[in-house]
Design a protein around this ligand. Structure first.
Ligand SMILES: Cc1cc2nc3c(=O)[nH]c(=O)nc-3n(C[C@H](O)[C@H](O)[C@H](O)COP(=O)(O)OP(=O)(O)OC[C@H]3O[C@@H](n4cnc5c(N)ncnc54)[C@H](O)[C@@H]3O)c2cc1C
Length: 234
């Protein structure tokens, strides 16, 4: 889950949450300053950010990283309710770097998936994160599945997926001796990676660029503050 609270534009918000306890009255910001975040507890401390991202999974961490690299002057915080990052869906998926073959041509998903696969390979190479570009076979086992397979192949070509080939029975066997099929799409660009490791590396980049990660911080409430009066510079 990612929510970005912007304090710089007309409207602003504040986040309530923390280890325990609530949002202390002392959290009211000084005039002209962003709303602070408070960590609860007896000795409540306060902290202000320009932007807060809720959720330290791969989406939150990738967003935080991208934002701070583009806007280094912003103070940005990531709030994560667990004591460790990326322990939910990000740490429990199949680890596939999808090639982008399935999505409707010209759709945002198709464009982002194809671009994202290239970027993740590049990022892993830069950071020395292990991955395996093992490829994938999408197999038609019945005659009636062949037209659908061919349509999927055409879709992949339209999406710009690299290296796609339609292969026949003998080539399927050569590639995967235990796989039987009449025809297959050989999709060599598909790979596997440990996405938790990628997410933790995003967190490291984010922190090295000055971002703050607060774990064991569950956001329990979000409030919108009043809009700034028109003409305000806030
Ligand atoms: C079975 C399965 C297999 C998949 N396989 C693949 C695959 O092979 N390849 C692929 O690219 N994608 C795959 N996906 C999709 C991928 O895992 C998700 O798109 C991705 O992990 C989502 O990341 P996220 O950061 O949005 O969510 P999460 O990783 O779940 O992160 C959300 C974070 O928000 C935190 N949070 C929630 N509420 C609060 C709160 N109130 N306060 C503070 N923190 C909070 C949570 O603790 C959590 O850490 C798969 C998904 C599933 C379900």
């Amino acid at each position: 889950m990612v929510l970005v609270l912007r304090y710089l534009s007309g409207a602003c918000g504040r986040v309530r949450g923390g280890l325990s306890g609530g949002f202390a009255a002392a959290c009211r910001p000084a005039p002209g300053r962003p709303w602070p975040l408070c960590q609860g507890g007896r000795r409540a401390s306060t902290r202000s950010f320009d932007v807060v991202i809720i959720g330290g999974g791969i989406v939150g961490l990738a967003s935080a990283r991208a934002l701070i690299l583009r806007h280094p002057a912003l103070s940005i915080g990531v709030l994560e309710k667990e004591k460790d990052l990326a322990v939910h869906q990000t740490g429990h998926n199949s680890g596939v770097i999808h090639s982008g073959i399935y999505y409707k041509p010209e759709s945002l998903k198709a464009k982002l998936c194809v671009q994202g696969a290239a970027l993740i390979y590049e990022y892993c190479n830069q950071k020395g994160i292990s991955y395996k570009q093992c490829g994938k076979l999408i197999v038609a086992v019945e005659q009636e599945e062949i037209p659908r397979l061919q349509a999927l192949y055409e879709r992949g070509l339209q999406n710009g997926v690299q290296g796609l080939r339609l292969i026949q029975q003998e080539d399927i066997k050569k590639k995967e001796p235990y796989c039987r099929g009449l025809m297959a799409i050989d999709c060599p660009y598909t790979g596997i990676v440990d996405y938790r490791q990628v997410a933790l590396s995003f967190a490291q980049d984010f922190q090295e660029a000055g971002g703050i990660v607060m774990t064991s911080f569950e956001v329990k409430d979000i409030e919108m503050a009043k809009e700034s009066p028109s003409g305000s510079k806030d």
